[in-house]
Ligand binder design. Structure first.
Ligand code: ATP
Length: 393
């Protein structure tokens, strides 16, 4: 039984707001790829007799955008980590499996779907319908991203701190299971930081605005990801002289014009994680959310959580994040806390932590016992919802 299962295709898909990560573990051609979620567009083709919108993804979409030959309209089916347009998403998954991963027999596919910890069972059962009834895959396992992020580092208990594009999620995990009453959640994440940087770069608008909206967004994200840091002392560093070298402070635009990234630009946008007033929002700071989450757990568990705080997601890649979190948590932790009591686990591949954890789980025999297979899903039409309730993690 176990060896038979090893022959089949297991595909791990992490549906992120910014990036969709997909990995085929046992396909003949083993592949892993990421696709920008916002690269999903409807095409109104005048040569199409019915003028029926057609969906384009990935390379096909890039080609159309590059050639600028068609009337294309941006559509992102994932909002705030949740699919809100199942119709376009189901064709997207089909594209991922058939075109991206080159799988011809979808009936052979076993899916591991990485999901936000707070998405409802009703939502998951809507997705299950698409996987079983439309794509007709063999089995599906829904697994929450927080537990998988932790699992990617070899831990099953600890505090999962996932900082993504649209959402930040902080949740304690005990023996693989999220402690839901201690969940902390915020939308001050990668997208808000990019937006803030875009405003900060207004001083260069004549140089940047000549690019298309697509290129502009790429440039701003590139500056954010490569030149913006988290300040250790924000007030002081915002006032400080620019001690960066000419090379460190210069950013070359695609047309070879150069703009200067001053300390005021470099440190400002990422400070939103620590002070939401920077972007005119009213939300708890990231260190406060971490402390709140730990404090909502049993006293006996708190020490273990503090010693195993696992960072994951793209926004956790900011330079300076860990030492700033350590400083701020020391200051606000009730009753005081020593820096040595905290330990952050920050793998260099943490941008893909949930996806890596999913791939690890998919490689284990355990996957088979946890996944819902098509036969049991179809056996009892009345009990589909309760099956999903029992078997999502
Ligand atoms: N080196 C970096 N420094 C700062 N931010 C980064 C870095 N690399 C990626 N990011 C940001 O991380 C975000 C994408 O992260 P991730 O892929 O974890 O999000 P997602 O899974 O698509 O979204 P979500 O989990 O919110 O639905 C983007 O905003 C991206 O700009």
């Amino acid at each position: 039984m176990e060896s038979e299962y090893d022959q089949k295709d297991i595909v791990v898909i992490d549906n992120g707001t910014d990036t969709i990560k997909q990995l085929s573990l046992y396909c003949i051609y083993s592949q892993s790829t990421t696709i920008n979620a916002d690269h999903t567009r409807f095409q109104n083709d005048n040569d199409n007799p019915n003028n029926k919108p057609q969906l384009l993804f990935g390379q096909d979409l890039k080609k159309v955008v590059k050639e600028k030959k068609l009337n294309v309209q941006l559509s992102n089916p994932i909002k705030d980590g949740k699919i809100d347009n199942v119709e376009s998403m189901k064709e997207f998954w089909q594209y991922i499996l058939e075109d991206g991963l080159q799988i011809s027999e979808l009936q052979q596919v076993n899916l591991l779907i990485i999901d936000q910890v707070k998405n409802s069972k009703e939502y998951k059962s809507k997705l299950a319908e698409v996987f079983f009834d439309y794509l007709k895959v063999q089995s599906v396992l829904f697994m929450n991203s927080a537990s998988l992020s932790l699992f990617s580092t070899g831990l099953v208990s600890g505090l999962s701190i996932e900082l993504g594009h649209a959402v930040n999620t902080i949740v304690p995990i005990y023996q693989g299971f999220p402690i839901m009453h201690a969940l902390e959640f915020s939308h001050i994440s990668g997208a808000e930081i990019t937006q803030c940087l875009e405003n900060d770069l207004r001083c260069y608008e004549t140089l940047i605005d000549k690019f298309s909206e697509e290129e502009k967004q790429w440039i701003i994200k590139d500056i954010k990801e490569n030149m913006c840091y988290i300040a250790s002392d924000y007030e002081m560093q915002m006032q400080s002289e620019d001690n960066f070298t000419e090379e460190e402070r210069s950013y070359e635009l695609p047309d070879e014009q150069v703009i200067q990234i001053t300390p005021q630009i470099r440190y400002h946008c990422s400070e939103a994680l620590f002070n939401s007033a920077i972007i005119n929002k009213n939300s708890s700071s990231l260190p406060q959310m971490i402390v709140n989450s730990i404090q909502r757990c049993d006293k006996e568990l708190r020490q273990e959580l503090l010693a195993n705080m696992v960072l994951g997601g793209g926004t956790s890649m900011f330079q300076g994040l860990i030492s700033r979190l350590q400083d701020d948590i020391c200051q606000i932790y009730p009753g005081g806390a020593m820096r040595s009591e905290f330990n952050f686990v920050a793998d260099f591949q943490r941008k893909y932590s949930a996806w890596i954890g999913g791939s690890m789980l998919g490689s284990l025999k355990t996957f088979q016992s946890l996944a819902i297979n098509k036969q049991e899903y179809e056996e009892n039409p009345e009990g589909k919802m309760s099956l999903i309730h029992k078997r999502t993690f």
